[in-house]
Design a protein around this ligand. Structure first.
Ligand SMILES: Cc1cc2nc3c(=O)[nH]c(=O)nc-3n(C[C@H](O)[C@H](O)[C@H](O)COP(=O)(O)O)c2cc1C
Length: 222
């Protein structure tokens, strides 16, 4: 069994406790301003911004470093329109019969429904695919580990990077999402994980008046 070559760890920052606390607070100050928006303008996100944010996503920790993800960037208006049409059909089913009442109750404060104009209006959709398994050069299956956890972490990096770059996002999960494989011509070992709508808020954008749980509720020390 071969062992990967090891190299010295480089560029690990050496900070004092005070600097660390300041930086942690600074990051919180930035990330707490992130909100999911559902009303986008048509302003274009530059390709370089998306590419650099995808590079950040690709640095995420992941099961056995198999990097089980693929990001489809969609800016073509006709493809966005096709995705909107298919997503709205799925969402109609969801809101009119498929969704259990408790789920609809949980969504009520957000004011969401089957209408998804942002899928067409926003300049950019990043469809995140999870690779359930890999395929090697001989066409043999390669097992992937912790796929959901890995792709979730990479998506978190992507959302944080886009936010830091001044871009608004919405995490969107039409269910089921099989139509995305067809529209984007992705292979059967990949399944759509979520759609990240990326762009800028419309002038009249509002957000639900919701709060985040306090530290004492989301954490405990042992
Ligand atoms: C996995 C996941 C799926 C989501 N799916 C949808 C969705 O399909 N439609 C939508 O409007 N918002 C969706 N959201 C956004 C959440 O509603 C939103 O993150 C939550 O209400 C908190 O609001 P905030 O992002 O502004 O903090 C999703 C979020 C996550 C993490």
């Amino acid at each position: 069994m071969s062992k990967e070559e090891h190299i010295p760890l480089e560029n690990f920052p050496s900070l004092t406790p005070a600097q660390m606390e300041e930086k942690a607070l600074e990051f919180y100050g930035k990330i707490q301003n992130r909100r999911s928006i559902r009303s986008f303008s048509d302003r274009m996100v530059p390709r370089g911004v998306i590419e650099n944010c995808l590079l950040s996503a690709g640095t995420a920790p992941n099961g056995a470093n198999l990097q089980p993800w693929h990001f489809c960037v969609v800016q073509d208006p006709a493809t966005k329109a096709e995705i909107r049409k298919a997503a709205e059909a799925e969402e109609y089913e969801f809101y009119h019969g498929k969704a259990p009442q408790d789920w609809l109750d949980a969504l009520a404060p957000l004011g969401t429904d089957e209408s998804k104009p942002f899928l067409e209006v926003a300049s950019t959709l990043i469809v995140v695919f999870a690779k359930s398994f890999g395929v090697d050069q001989e066409g043999e299956k390669v097992k992937h580990y912790y796929v959901n956890e890995s792709v979730g972490i990479a998506t978190g990096f992507l959302i944080a990077a886009l936010h830091d770059a001044g871009c608004a996002t919405l995490t969107h999960t039409p269910s089921p999402m099989k139509f995305l494989n067809r529209i984007l011509d992705r292979p059967t070992n990949e399944r759509a994980f979520l759609v990240l709508v990326a762009g800028f808020p419309s002038k009249d954008a509002t957000v639900p008046n919701i709060t985040k749980k306090p530290l004492g509720e989301i954490s405990s020390w042992h």
